[in-house]
Design a protein around this ligand. Structure first.
Ligand code: GDP
Ligand code: MG
Length: 203
């Protein structure tokens, strides 16, 4: 999983909230890219009638928290390539919203099969957020989150990771029909058509 977005939108705070469930308002700025690992426990799909569900298995998540500063921007494609999940983070500043189309383009160019979620962070500061240019970007998922209060953070990360797990399963057993919108996998997609078109390439 890779975090991208402008400097200061709260990527590192979101990662800390997800991994440690804590918040540091004075998070030091990321130099280059920070790497974290955590375990994710996906929910199992229901077993077919008469069969026993597979046991729960944890998945090791490698999380790359990229630096948003312009001077590190050239590094981002390297991390995006091969990413299965990408969180594109912005906040209510004009700069961070204006930069979304170019970041989304970079994501599509470097990680066309990744599950992409837009996270509008710092929602604790804003009421009734207008989504103006954001809807046109057509991400797989759209979330409002707050690293400070924790609102939406675990739900959004878990939903993106669950979708990636489903993508992997489709890759292994492409004829198996697994519905991403099942509550088992975290519920509704904002754009199911787009998401079901994506498939991992074989080898
Ligand atoms: P990054 O450059 O995207 O990694 O941004 P950081 O995670 O370093 O966050 C930058 C600053 O934004 C933090 O030091 C906090 O002061 C602030 N911040 C981050 N998340 C939130 C949030 O959810 N709500 C509010 N009000 N401030 C936040
Ligand atoms: Mg950072």
């Amino acid at each position: 999983m890779v975090m991208v977005g402008n400097y200061g939108v709260g990527k590192s705070c979101l990662v800390r909230r997800y991994i440690e469930n804590s918040y540091r308002p004075t998070e030091s700025s990321t130099i280059g890219t920070a790497f974290h690992e955590t375990l994710f426990f996906p929910k199992q799909p229901p077993a077919p009638p008469g069969q026993i569900a597979d046991p729960l298995f944890p998945i090791k998540v490698q999380l790359w928290d990229t630096a948003g500063a312009e001077r590190y921007r050239a590094l981002a494609p390297m991390y995006l390539r091969g990413a299965e999940v990408i969180a594109l983070v912005y906040d209510d500043t004009t700069e961070s919203r204006d930069n979304l189309p170019s970041l989304m383009k970079m994501i599509h160019e470097n990680a066309p099969t990744a599950v992409v979620g837009l996270m509008m962070n710092k929602c604790d500061l804003i009421q009734n957020v207008p989504h103006s240019n954001v809807e046109q970007l057509m991400p797989d998922y759209n979330f409002q989150v707050s690293a400070q209060t924790g609102e939406g953070v675990h739900t959004s990360f878990n939903r993106l990771l669950s979708a990636a797990v489903v993508m992997r399963e489709e890759h292994v057993a492409p004829t198996e029909s697994i519905h991403l919108d099942s509550p088992m996998y975290g519920g509704q997609s904002t754009n199911p058509t787009q998401r079901t078109e994506k498939r991992y390439q074989c080898c």
